[in-house]
Design a protein around this ligand. Structure first.
Ligand SMILES: *Cc1c(COP(=O)(O)O)cnc(C)c1O
Length: 358
């Protein structure tokens, strides 16, 4: 077996142990004589998987009984519309624009015709930072942010301390660190970056917000429908939820979110400090105090060298390093499944590449 080091932004690397457990259990799930993907979601066997994943999400983050945990479909992208459909309450919805994903969320707010306001943006400087001193109104219907900007490589160190419900797109830093949940109204993410395969969106929503939903929102798009049905109002992505549950077991085995965060800090520090010390051969995109621990976006002296870098890295067994088309350059995604040793291998390759091409 030969596996590459996968620095892809999503879908992305999954811990080998998780893949091996899924492989071992695939044909005969715990003695039931069939695969987990062949049984009804209405069986106790599957319900146990779903409830177990739900309970792990709650205990890892510390979400109490005032929250519902939902496993939905339609990607993180559907949340750009589902959030305003369910949480807009006739007042004003506030957004902080920090990149492609928030731009899309704002676009959907506009299409839906709600009253919204962009209270801060880093667009002028090509989204290289998280805006400081965000001026929000505490009685807005909600304040919407993106925790980690997968493309530009920026991340909130702390969430805004608004008194209105905070809505957080955490797709690319799910299960990567502890968060302050005191003002969270809704916390969500597609799991394909840091929690398993594509096709499941984790949504954690405060129960008292469920009744805000607009009168003409169809049943399946109401959080309330899925909350009342334990996410099984229709057939959920059973395989995705099963994989998420295995990944959460792995996260717990790593020592939980604080311990995972410590590892992520060390990994990111190794790469950023090498980039900073490379005499300008490599140049990071994000400003220092906004740097993401998850996605490290950087440039090399020329476009030709960037293409050569991606090609030679791939020949050396490292894939997924080509930057997003919006920004170009190189992007190394250092999600939870990437080890410190993997980052050392990348940095060694970068040193050698700079030596040969500098
Ligand atoms: C990947 C990503 C999305 C889009 O996710 P889909 O599941 O493809 O809809 C949204 N927000 C962020 C922050 C992302 O990283």
């Amino acid at each position: 077996m030969s596996r590459v080091i996968n620095f892809s932004a999503g879908p992305s690397s999954i811990p080998l142990e998780v893949l091996q457990t899924a492989q071992a259990e695939f044909l005969d799930y715990k003695g039931c004589g069939c695969s987990i993907i062949e049984i009804s979601h209405r069986t106790p066997i599957f319900e146990e998987v779903l409830f177990s994943a739900r309970d792990k999400v709650k205990s890892l983050y510390g979400f109490g009984d005032e929250y519902d945990v939902l496993f939905l479909q339609g990607g993180a992208t559907l949340q750009f519309a589902q959030v305003p459909m369910n949480l807009y309450n006739g007042g004003v919805a506030q957004y902080v624009n920090t990149g492609v994903w928030t731009t899309k969320a704002i676009k959907d707010a506009k299409i839906l015709g709600i009253n919204y306001e962009v209270v801060a943006s880093s667009e002028e400087t090509k989204f290289d930072r998280i805006p400081k001193d965000i001026k929000f109104s505490d009685d807005a219907d909600y304040l919407y942010i993106c925790s980690n900007n997968t493309i530009y490589g920026t991340q909130y160190k702390e969430y805004p301390k608004c008194k209105c419900p905070l809505v957080v797109d955490s797709s690319s830093d799910l299960f990567a660190r502890e968060i302050d949940i005191s003002n969270i109204g809704l916390f969500y993410g597609g799991i394909q970056k840091n929690g398993g395969p594509a096709g499941v969106t984790l949504v954690v929503v405060r129960k008292d917000l469920l009744d805000r939903v607009g009168a003409n929102v169809p049943s399946i798009l109401r959080y309330k429908t899925q909350a009342e049905a334990d996410s099984m109002s229709n057939t959920p992505n059973t395989f995705g939820i099963y994989m998420l549950n295995l990944t959460l077991d792995w996260v717990i085995k790593q020592g939980g979110l604080a311990s995972i965060n410590e590892k992520n800090e060390k990994k990111a520090h190794l790469l950023y400090s090498y980039i900073d010390g490379s005499n300008g051969f490599y140049k990071g995109h994000a400003q220092d105090d906004s740097r993401s621990l998850m996605n490290v976006s950087f440039n090399i002296l020329s476009k030709e060298l960037e293409m050569k870098f991606v090609k030679e890295a791939s020949e050396a067994g490292m894939i997924g390093l080509k930057g997003h088309r919006h920004l170009g350059g190189i992007r190394a995604s250092l999600y939870n499944a990437i080890t410190y040793e993997n980052v050392e291998t990348l940095v060694d390759f970068m040193k050698e590449f700079a030596r040969k091409n500098g």
